[in-house]
Design a protein around this ligand. Structure first.
Ligand SMILES: [Zn+2]
Length: 161
């Protein structure tokens, strides 16, 4: 597709909501799943768009929704270069880059069935980020590693090819 046309399509403005830019090419649908996009949501997804910085990127726009902190953390896990733009009345009122946190608490499950966090005790999963690219987490209770593929599967509920 012609580059200029693609760009025009992608930058068309929304009134209120969030634009997630610089999503890793190919990850936009996983981001949509993390955000639990429903058929009622007004969403525009652009995939494999030309990017000055990274060659190719995905973009996702959601109308009438501003992301919460833990949603931003989860997006960072699968797309660490993404930028979040909060739009109000057609203006970008806030713009920031996502950041992979050092610890992730309460959002992921340990894959070790014998881990205390899977024993029915009221203990939430808690992980230390030991590597960002490729993503690698370590359970703070049993030290089992969780890799990027397992994280994406948990977050999206889908097996990765
Ligand atoms: Zn564990």
């Amino acid at each position: 597709m012609d580059r200029d046309k693609t760009t025009t399509m992608v930058v068309s403005k929304i009134r209120n909501g969030t634009v997630i830019d610089h999503i890793e090419a190919g990850q936009a649908l996983n981001v949509a799943r993390i955000l639990k996009i429903s058929p009622k949501d007004k969403v525009l997804i652009a995939m494999n768009v030309f990017s000055e910085k990274y060659c190719k990127k995905d973009i996702l726009k959601i109308e009438d929704r501003e992301l919460k902190g833990n949603e931003v953390e989860l997006i960072a896990l699968i797309s660490p270069r993404a930028t979040i733009n909060i739009i109000r009345d057609y203006e970008v009122v806030e713009k920031f880059e996502v950041k992979i946190p050092k610890r992730i608490r309460g959002l992921l499950r340990c894959s070790n069935p014998n881990c205390i966090t899977n024993s029915g005790e009221p203990v939430n999963g808690s992980f230390t980020v030991v590597m960002e690219r490729p993503l690698r987490l370590r359970c703070e209770y049993c030290e089992r590693f969780l890799d990027e593929r397992e994280v994406i599967e948990q977050l999206t509920g889908r097996e990765q090819a």
